[in-house]
Design a protein around this ligand. Structure first.
Ligand SMILES: [Zn+2]
Length: 466
């Protein structure tokens, strides 16, 4: 009898990994990295709930680190099975896991240098570039909507989730005597009317069991449709004041959305051209992956792609990978837009752009993504008088604008729309990938839609699927 075991993202939002025990051996639904407090994350990422050699397959929903980021550690520990995901997810993982390995190596180096002075034990990186490269060989692309046969009579199909490029909900069928059991895993569910990507599949296919994320089950987001106009207005006002616009942005998804909006606005005559820079090697490489996968675009983006051949600012946006070219932007005084990583302003090139621009009141910082507590990004959102960058305080004199409509996660209304119609036919649902009251809010949505049993699983909990 199939069994479901919860490991990560049970009562929290990181380290997504659920274990499905089916004929042929255990299957991982995602293999995410725990992020958060350092000491806690180290322990959680290295604690394996089963022998990696015993895993028969990983069914990967999407490329975000909290869903895919621990794969190289499993490979380092002996995993040798196929990792199935959509072609775009395979390509994004290629660059993101290498980037993550680089961060792990740098982090270990930093701590070891620090510890050498205090004579504490040395630490190993969670995984290295070599492990990330080795992991690459286990990826097998599976196109959307094409059923995959695996294991001992099992099937899986990847369905559009509308969350980031390549993101999918995964429907698994496992044999169980007579009628097979269907398990639907949402991965991260996206939103309707977002630029570039298709909408999430609605309603999602009927299953017996549902494992659903619940990140924003307790929220209603701002509508995304006016975000382009808001961006144009803020940029025009800043340009009129002779200032620069600095946009901290996640490399995957958010950066491409902003570029898509701005290049559209220029081509439609809504905004006069001005220099626009994407200053991040990872964003640049991710944009190349976006260009390679028009099969993931929605109708508008596809039409645009067929007309222009490049929907990511060809001729209007300059992508910078070189450090010297990035630094050279500091010396230029004319109005411009700089989009740089990291999204929460915790590391990367955004720091030197902030350092050089926040004390000038003619400049604007536009916040386009979620800023977690205790991050520099959050302090900017809170409009503190001073912010600390590289150990020095800077006066926050520039204008700060926050755009709330670009979240890539479904809200309560989206969940009700996609999951509501299948709720009455579920034997049970499991609300994961949520903190505090979020999983309970998800349970409430499903209950109102007619689902009789919703569980909020704890790490290590097991459920028999009948
Ligand atoms: Zn995600």
């Amino acid at each position: 009898m199939p069994e479901l075991q919860f490991h990560g993202a049970a009562g929290e939002v990181t380290g997504s990994m659920h274990i499905l025990h089916v004929p042929g051996g255990p299957v991982l639904l995602d293999c995410g990295m725990f992020q958060g407090r350092r000491a806690e994350a180290i322990g959680k990422n290295r604690r394996l709930p089963l022998r990696p050699q015993s895993i028969q397959a990983i069914l990967l929903s999407h490329a975000h680190m909290d869903h895919s980021g621990n794969i190289p550690y499993y490979v380092r520990s002996g995993l040798r099975c196929p990792i199935y995901s959509t072609p775009a997810t395979c390509d994004l993982c290629d660059i993101m896991l290498a980037d993550s390995a680089h961060i792990q190596e740098e982090d270990a180096k930093f701590w070891n240098e620090k510890r050498a002075r205090s004579a504490e034990d040395w630490i190993d990186p969670l995984y290295t570039m070599e492990d990330a490269r080795a992991a690459r060989h286990f990826f097998h692309p599976v196109p959307y909507d094409q059923p995959l046969q695996f294991g001992d009579g099992c099937k899986a199909v990847w369905i559009e989730a509308g969350h980031i490029l390549g993101a999918a909900c995964v429907l698994v069928e496992a044999p169980n005597g007579g009628r097979p059991i269907k398990i639907l895993y949402t991965g991260d569910l996206g939103r309707f009317d977002m630029p570039i990507l298709r909408d999430p599949t609605c309603p999602l296919p009927q299953a017996d069991y549902l494992i659903t994320e619940s990140t924003y089950a307790d929220k209603i987001h701002h509508n995304p449709t006016d975000q382009k106009e808001q961006l144009v207005r803020i940029i025009d006002e800043t340009r009129a004041a002779g200032g620069k616009v600095i946009i901290p942005s996640f490399s995957i998804g958010r950066t491409q959305n902003i570029v898509y909006y701005l290049s559209h606005a220029i081509r439609e005559g809504l905004m006069a051209p001005l220099p626009i820079y994407v200053d991040s090697p990872l964003s640049t490489h991710a944009t190349e992956v976006f260009k390679k996968h028009p099969e993931c675009y929605d109708e508008d983006a596809l039409k645009d792609f067929k007309n222009t051949g490049d929907i990511f600012g060809h001729g209007l946006v300059e992508y910078i990978t070189d450090t010297a070219a990035s630094k050279a932007l500091n010396d230029r005084r004319e109005p411009m837009v700089i989009i740089a990583a990291s999204g929460m302003c915790e590391a990367g090139r955004i720091l030197h752009h902030l350092k050089n621009n926040v004390e000038d009141e003619s400049n604007t910082v536009i916040v386009v993504g979620f800023m977690a507590q205790h991050t520099l990004g959050r302090r900017i959102v809170e409009r503190r008088d001073e912010i600390k960058i590289y150990g020095r305080f800077y006066k926050l004199l520039c204008r700060v604008e926050v755009l709330n409509g670009l979240s890539a996660h479904a809200d309560a209304a989206d969940f009700a729309r996609c999951l509501g119609p299948i709720a009455p036919g579920l034997k049970a649902a499991f609300a994961v990938h949520g903190e505090g009251t979020q999983p309970a809010a998800m349970a409430d949505i499903l209950k109102k839609a007619g689902c009789k049993n919703t569980f909020i699983p704890k790490p290590g909990e097991k459920f028999q699927l009948t």
